[in-house]
Design a protein around this ligand. Sequence first.
Ligand SMILES: NC(=O)c1ccc[n+]([C@@H]2O[C@H](COP(=O)([O-])OP(=O)(O)OC[C@H]3O[C@@H](n4cnc5c(N)ncnc54)[C@H](O)[C@@H]3O)[C@@H](O)[C@H]2O)c1
Length: 376
Amino acid sequence: MDFDGLVRVDVGLKEHGYPIYIGTDFLTRVGEMMKPFARSSKVFVITDNLVGALYLPMVKTSLEQAGFTVFDLVVPQGEASKSFDRAKELLERVLKTGCDRQSVVVALGGGVVGDLAGFCASLLLRGVDFIQIPTTLLAQTDSSVGGKTAVNTAVGKNLVGTFHQPKAVFIDVSTLKTLDPQQILAGFAEVVKYGLALNADFWNWLVDNGESVLVLDDTVLSYAVEQCCRIKTAVVEADEFEETGLRALLNYGHTIGHAIESVSGLRGSILHGEAVAIGSVLAAYLSADLGLCDAGLPDAVAQQYEKWGLPTRFDALKVSELMTAMHRDKKTTGSHLNFVLLEGIGSGVLVHDIEPNAVIKVLNEKGRKKNDFSYY
Ligand SMILES: NC(=O)c1ccc[n+]([C@@H]2O[C@H](COP(=O)([O-])OP(=O)(O)OC[C@H]3O[C@@H](n4cnc5c(N)ncnc54)[C@H](O)[C@@H]3O)[C@@H](O)[C@H]2O)c1
């Protein structure tokens, strides 16, 4: 099905294929658009307090005008809402309201709401239909596509979750106009990741157009979101359950990024995308050190990141703590580390069994800021 003025990207999975619609200023008619994807008129919209204040009235009115009965569930904004406790509370509220196998759960918000709502949808009555309306750059280009859901535990982020593909994804890029610029930049780090690790043409396009994406030029922004969805879709189609190593390429920059996030979490805050930006640059240096790519590539990548305003180094973090965090991460095996590295721009490759000393060298020489005296 097509809708006027919206681009459609199809996720062609064997059993659970679905369309992604991308456009501007269409939330007032999202109710009508959702009709073909809903088997019941009962809809549970999960959102957070910030997004709810901005977009819930518009979405709810649109759904009600299209004949849906809408129940809204608002969680506090922020990563802390991605918890078992919050999921339990939502599940019980939905069940008390009266949910059946045909009911639909809609996620309206960023990646936190998407992961949490998807997790709940996958568990309710062993799985009910799920629709995503992502509202952050990260969610529109990454987390709303591919069917991964999660909550966090005390042991680590995203260690408990399910695969539950949505029935449809509705991406209105106009919603990004109300997003904090720091969040835009953090989401942009994931956009850039697609070019750097998976698609050289997209990287080159971003070198020319990245600044227009960052100021949210509608046309350029829509094109960037579409390309990210297309690149991620191709990867998910080929490796839905992360079995062949292809889907792991989407984690470029995340091994060091997750470590920076978890160690920084104790001292102050760094956004996920900011940590991924630093991790992406450092993974390029590691690639060159291991002889996988040209020696000049990492400096060129770092300069480009700096031009966009993305961070490339961490501040006052102990390398030993970063190494401990990397070893705790679910993507490591034994004492050696697994990394997505670069053979060139757009050519990511999953490499196993990397010597910790090679990583320590890069963290010390390229990761720390020049005046950082935090000890190893
Ligand atoms: N499932 C996946 O495949 C996948 C992939 C990448 C990341 N993630 C997860 O995504 C989460 C991060 O998502 P995020 O960066 O979107 O964070 P988020 O959902 O916390 O949103 C960031 C902030 O922006 C606010 N916000 C959202 N949309 C807004 C809008 N349009 N206008 C104004 N404010 C708005 C939110 O209330 C929140 O305060 C992490 O938990 C991460 O693990 C999941």
